[in-house]
Design a protein around this ligand. Structure first.
Ligand code: ADP
Ligand code: MG
Length: 419
């Protein structure tokens, strides 16, 4: 099946082919027809499988068909997303696919001035993408009406629940018409999500695509056993051997993110960080630079990188193993998007071996182990350009890793901030 064969507006087909999509992914193939028919859909598919376009394509078509010429009369489709970055990404997909339609798309989230957002809403928006916080602010001020919403979409529903938005979602229903089409998209499903989903949808079509291996086939992932204190040398070596690659590095905490950035600076490697301690404008600038390739190395914490889709991330490095096995799947899922190939490596220290076992249990199979001989290991350390003179920093770094010292690390950080 090709996109050509779908009964969707020509303008949308043009945009699809401009994006380089030739045929639908599994989830698109299964979701587009029922959505076009107006049915409620509960769709579960792993990360990076094209869920955004799976709802954006049919929704744009429906709205385009029903659009009343020249009259802005309220939001027709509301998409809820858990984070700013995701909301913006969904906006981008709607805008790209809707370029040759008359549908207007707009995204609202907190952290920025609300006045321009209100102005834009007044001038007419068909598809509104929103994070819960700012949306409720605007609704309670009377600046946003949801009375005309015909289609509600909850994207990355699992993440919304993880981030504690369940009450917000339930409250939202009070503002929406009862008669509507509801689409529910999630990467994972458990009882909590099932309960929420079934309380929102009416006779939904349930589509689940769950391959045996939660990590997509096109992602080549392996683990390297590296001691905690040596991780930075291995990252240095990896970055130097792939100077042109776009690399996403995951660390356990915000403090670690900044430390790793500094360690890379000491050896003349440029990187940047993204985490919740940074201002919204900084986060946006960093994401923008990483997206367009000006920034090659991004160091991120789990939350900040949830669900984000950055083109051409060629390498994911788990500098620290994630704290849950689900996050492993989410992290490596940041590479190998769509039909591209991706590579991921995890640095596992002695104290993280237990976690590795849990991750492998969750995957249902072992992760490939990289063979590093003692000699190669030593060469990696010897080749480092780091001239270690800042012993205090290095000791802090090592210390942070013992769970009993996590509190001490936080205290130290606070003290530093004050001084
Ligand atoms: P998910 O929400 O399932 O994690 P996304 O919607 O973010 O996935 O899409 C992942 C990537 O796949 C994006 O870069 C997108 O452009 C690409 N993609 C989506 N649909 C197709 C398709 N039909 N053919 C090729 N690439 C696609
Ligand atoms: Mg998604």
């Amino acid at each position: 099946m090709k996109f050509d064969q779908y009964r969707i507006a020509e303008g949308i087909k043009t945009s699809i082919s401009k994006l380089g999509f030739k045929k639908p992914t599994d989830i698109q193939f299964k979701s587009i027809p029922p959505i076009l028919k107006g049915e409620d859909v509960l769709a579960i598919a792993q990360t990076g499988t094209g869920k955004t376009a799976a709802f954006a394509i049919p929704v744009l078509h429906i709205l385009q068909e029903n659009k009343i010429k020249g009259r802005p009369d309220g939001v027709k489709c509301l998409v809820m997303a858990p984070t700013h970055e995701l909301a913006q990404q969904i906006e981008y997909v709607f805008k790209s696919l809707g370029r040759h339609t008359r549908i207007t798309t707009f995204c609202i989230h907190g952290g920025v001035d609300q006045e321009p957002q209100i102005k834009q809403l007044n001038s007419g928006v068909d598809v509104l993408i929103a994070t819960p916080g700012r949306m409720f602010d605007l609704v309670s001020q009377g600046a946003l009406s949801l009375k005309r919403v015909e289609i509600l979409i909850l994207d990355e529903a699992d993440h919304m629940l993880d981030l504690g938005f369940i009450k917000d979602i339930r409250d939202l229903m009070k503002h929406l018409p009862r008669k509507r089409q509801t689409l529910f998209f999630s990467a994972t499903i458990d009882d909590k999500i099932k309960d929420l989903a079934y309380s929102l949808v009416i006779n939904p079509i349930r589509i689940q695509i769950s391959p045996k291996d939660p990590v997509a086939k096109n992602i080549d992932h392996a683990v390297a056993f590296v001691e905690m204190d040596d991780k930075r040398f291995f990252l240095e070596s990896l970055l130097k051997s792939s100077p042109d690659k776009k690399i996403l590095v995951f660390v356990r905490t915000k403090v670690r993110a900044e430390r790793v950035k500094k360690a890379m600076e000491r050896v003349q490697l440029i990187s940047d960080t993204i985490h919740s301690d940074k201002l919204q404008v900084e986060r946006e600038r960093t994401m923008h630079n990483f997206r367009n390739g000006d920034l090659k190395v991004l160091i991120a914490t789990d939350i900040s990188a949830r669900g984000i889709d950055i083109p051409n991330v060629e390498f994911v490095v788990n500098y620290d193993l994630p704290e849950t096995s689900e996050n492993y799947v989410h992290r490596v899922g940041r590479t190998g998007r769509g039909n591209q190939k991706g590579q991921a490596v995890s640095f596992c220290s002695e104290e993280e071996k237990e976690m590795l076992e849990q991750i492998e249990n969750n995957l249902g199979k072992p992760i490939q182990k990289m063979k590093i001989t003692k000699k190669d290991y030593q060469i990696t350390l010897d080749l480092s350009e780091e001239k270690v003179n800042d012993w205090r920093t290095l000791m802090d770094e090592a210390e942070d890793h013992h769970p009993k010292n996590k509190k001490a690390a936080t205290r130290r950080k606070k003290k530093k901030k004050k001084s």
